[in-house]
Design a protein around this ligand. Structure first.
Ligand code: TNX
Length: 490
């Protein structure tokens, strides 16, 4: 039985074993820097626990005992992200047509070694075996995301990079950063510096604030890109803007800035939809962030604008849509933007209202499934969870987070319109790295499987059993995950 998460599309294993020995090499078939990096990053993951040298070399085939990374376009049906893994007693071969696929093959291989492979300290006297067999694996959805809310509480670049590593380990390929909210503005905009300097100075509860400098953000984007993760920046508009309104009085209808906000209410703030300066502001913010972001997307929020009239909302979003397009990005918004007339490339993120989501899909928008009752990781696991919220009216235990189907949740949306799945960590009650670990893991493992694995192969009992072993991997990686009673955890 395999313990890989997300479950590969096709997997046949037998009783034989490959054993990684001290003299093993990692051979890469291609001398491009990108492919070499994939080989090197695998070596870097396997060296600490094994204590082996694992040199990375370019070559056309493996010698006995080696791991071979065969890169090439000879099987286009694997796509950019698919891969094959062949394991025999002589060698392990990873094969892919795209570098992302090769990288995902290395993540699968990590999960085929004993769980101690993830221990940062050398583990002497362990046999580093991998079961023999064949895997052919291609993702179900193109969009496998997670959102991190930096507005309510700020997380450092180091914490975000650690999260990127953990996402990559689960073949997640999008990290959506919610960079602004009522409680904080988290990225330096050079043409409007007080957004970050004042608007970023605090957080929910009056906790310490913070913001990414443009160099911080660039560094995070590059780190994520190297792990095949696209950063999607979100600036939430026209609501959720108290931090911006507090920083620049001219953005306010009455020309007076409110105080910084450290509570957790939503829906009370709005930009001034009929002031021209508002659109200058949006243009500058989108322009600067778009220039820092190689990814194709810009998320404009658009949710919970309870203090903006419907007419103003439509006017505002349709204007902002043009600004995003002018800066060369594809616009994403929360489902509420389905009430407006969308460009054909718009993407809509479903979180609550199926009817507006269906309206967006009917206009041709692609849909990302983030149903709050299933995919919100700020929701408590059960009534005794000490952090988190439960406004969805239910709790989201590990099983509830896993056992749902995007196609069924999105009533009225054709299957072809579903781009993928994204889970979300809202951080009103979450601000330490330990809080983050606890709320995200192991639920994220389930979302990763919903996004990657074929629908037919998904099954709670199989997942539950794999999670037991996977928990040891997470523990070795230093993740302080929630040990749900639904899982046996040896
Ligand atoms: C709803 S979902 C929000 C967030 C909150 C979250 C708390 C959405 C687009 N907006 O502002 O943080 O609920 O669960």
């Amino acid at each position: 039985m395999t313990t890989i998460i997300p479950l590969p599309a096709q997997i046949q294993l037998d009783e034989r074993q490959f054993c990684l020995n001290p003299g093993a090499k990692i051979i890469v078939s291609n001398d491009s820097a990108e492919v070499f990096w994939v080989g090197s990053s695998l070596a870097a993951k396997l060296r600490p626990a094994t204590g082996f040298a694992l040199p990375v070399q370019i070559g056309t085939q493996p010698a006995a005992g080696d791991i071979f990374l065969a890169f090439g376009a000879d099987d286009p049906s694997l796509g950019e992200e698919g891969y094959e893994l062949f394991s025999t007693p002589e060698a392990v071969t990873l094969r892919a047509a795209g570098a992302a696929g090769l990288f995902y093959a290395t993540q699968t291989l990590r999960q085929m070694f004993p769980a101690e492979i993830e221990n940062p300290l050398e583990q002497p006297n362990l046999a580093w075996t991998v079961q023999c067999g064949h895997i052919r694996d291609i993702p179900r959805y193109a969009w496998r995301g997670m959102m991190l809310d930096l507005g309510r509480h700020f997380f450092s670049v180091e914490t975000a990079k650690r999260l990127v590593d953990l996402l990559a380990y689960h073949k997640v390929n999008v990290l959506h950063l919610h960079l602004s909210d009522d409680q904080g503005w988290r990225i330096m905009i050079e043409s409007w510096p007080w957004l970050a300097l004042h608007g970023g100075s605090t957080a929910t509860n009056g906790d310490p604030g913070g913001f990414y400098t443009q160099d911080d953000y660039r560094e995070l984007v590059a780190y994520a890109a190297q792990r095949y993760i696209t950063i999607v920046p979100e600036i939430d508009l026209p609501g959720h803007t108290n931090a911006a309104l507090a920083s620049y009085e001219e953005l306010n209808e009455n020309g007076v800035s409110p105080n910084l906000y450290t509570g957790i209410k939503v829906g009370f703030s709005s930009l001034s939809v009929h002031k021209e300066i508002t659109y200058q502001f949006v243009d500058d913010v989108v322009r600067e962030i778009a220039a820092l972001t190689p990814g194709a997307y810009f998320h404009i929020g658009g949710d919970e604008t309870l203090s903006t009239s419907e007419e103003d909302y439509v006017y505002f979003i349709e204007r902002v849509q043009k600004i995003v397009a002018r800066h060369g990005k594809c616009m994403i918004g929360w489902e509420e933007i389905g009430k407006t007339k969308l460009n054909s490339d718009a993407i809509v993120q479903h979180w609550w209202n199926k009817e507006v989501t269906a309206r967006a899909a009917a206009q041709g928008a692609k849909i990302i499934a983030s149903p709050a009752a299933k995919a919100y990781m700020d929701i408590k696991y059960h009534e005794h969870t000490t952090i988190g919220q439960n406004w969805t009216g239910a709790y989201t235990e590990v099983r509830e987070a896993y056992d749902w189907e995007p196609v069924e949740i999105l009533e009225g949306v054709a299957e072809e319109s579903i781009l993928g799945v994204e889970s979300a960590l809202w951080t009103e009650t979450i601000f330490t790295r330990g809080n983050l670990d606890f709320m995200v893991f192991p639920r994220l493992c389930g979302y990763a499987e919903i996004g990657w694995s074929p629908r037919e192969g998904r099954d709670w009992e199989s997942y539950r059993q794999r999670l037991d072993e996977h928990g040891k991997r997470l523990a070795n990686l230093g993740v302080q995950f929630y040990r749900s009673e639904q899982v046996d955890w040896q």
